[in-house]
Design a protein around this ligand. Sequence first.
Ligand SMILES: CC(C)(COP(=O)(O)OP(=O)(O)OC[C@H]1O[C@@H](n2cnc3c(N)ncnc32)[C@H](O)[C@@H]1OP(=O)(O)O)[C@@H](O)C(=O)NCCC(=O)NCCS
Length: 472
Amino acid sequence: MADNKEVLELKVDKDAEEVDDEEEEDQQDGSSEEKKMKKSKAKSSAATAKDGDDAEGAEGDGLTSQEQLLQILRSSRICEESRRSTERPHPFWDTQPVPSIGSDYSQDSGPIDEVKSSEEVRAEPYPLPGAFEWCTVDIDNDAEANEVYTLLSENYVEDDDSMFRFDYSVPFLRWALKPPGYLRNWHLGVRVTANKKLVGFITGIPANMQVYENLIRMVEINFLCVHKKLRSKRLAPVLIKEITRRVNRESVWQAVYTAGVVLPRPVSECRYWHRSLNPKKLIEVGFSHLGPRMTMARTIKLYKVPDQPQLPGMREMRPSDAQRVSELVSAYLKKFPLHPEFDAHEVAHWILPRDGVVFSYVRENGEGEVTDVCSFYSLPSTILGHEKHNLLKAAYSYWNVATTVPLSDLMYDALILAKKADFDVFNALNVMENESFLKELKFGIGDGFLQYYLYNWKCPKIEPSAIGLVLL
Ligand SMILES: CC(C)(COP(=O)(O)OP(=O)(O)OC[C@H]1O[C@@H](n2cnc3c(N)ncnc32)[C@H](O)[C@@H]1OP(=O)(O)O)[C@@H](O)C(=O)NCCC(=O)NCCS
């Protein structure tokens, strides 16, 4: 029933024709179109970072002025209520095996749906309206990879004020979508039948996920995107159902995903923090603001970092480090109730440096033994409608393990290495042990939340410090 209902709601054939007609107009009118778009809570980087004044305050004991303002807004529940929209019905999500928004967190763990076998899963793709067709994207193919790049760079996640939009590069997408054991069939697209234009996308990659006591073969879902001209027409539920079907056909029944928006129902709610590396540019583009008693010169001084890493023995990770780094990362992640279980091939895939995509460093002690590792990935955002700057270069904290130095010392070197690599800002979630260094290293809290979700799995709520997972 629910399936038919969703398909019937897709009255989008006419709009499909219009996607192409309006393209030229879009290109001429790009910036004004951006101003009109108002998207729900952004996924990350585009959140407003705290200004220099606040960061200075964060070094002290008291709350900064921005934290105080947030507290007032929260206690008046203006922020909280509108963000959660608890009363809102969820005609799609209410049909899915996820806990409802208002329900209590389960004390025990297990699947929500009855356990099935893959033969019970429908063999045919879900129907799309006549104007559209499914496609499997070949991300190795340059033309197809560029189609995905264009769809995402023009239509993917923006901040609330439409000032920034994620700009995932083609090499990044290939890295993100082709880990060991990936299935091409899980790189799912929707095309306009008439002209084959790519207008929808969603992906899955396989991952072994530990959730409390259970090790579960899961899919990580990412890159859900519908072209701006086809929004609010219930295409997203069809994309989600079709990827679910393809995943279920492979006998995988659970998924993990993150979103800026609140849906039924987060297993964890995390926050983004931002460390200015190029404060002048961040202020010029409106990413952050000059503090009330701050000059630009003082702000630049506040965020200045040394030119070279401070810890002896820091160097770029090499392929020959993969086994040792795998041991370090795997052992460390076991601390966290939610974490991926990586084998050495997966660690090599996810952590070995890739030009312009992932940056990884190790610390080697006097005996040539690797004892610590830090890494970050590059996810720039397009700066929309700014005459001077068009790209915000953001580094995102990834896998970090400190065994011989304080984590904050290791992360200070990560900031230095990110600055050396010309990043404007270093972003980190309050996951794992990150709270231990955020304030000390002058990160400011952002306004971006990141909700973590599990599909078809109930379990107790997970605190951010118990999350050992960063999705790209
Ligand atoms: C996210 C996106 C695909 C949703 O498409 P849409 O046209 O806005 O929404 P549709 O009418 O197709 O579908 C609405 C349903 O999708 C759900 N939905 C919206 N965003 C979602 C998300 N990020 N993840 C899962 N479901 C989502 C809605 O809650 C709603 O279901 P409900 O009625 O049960 O609440 C689209 O807004 C988009 O491409 N946004 C920019 C990129 C983005 O934010 N991607 C998600 C990154 S996590």
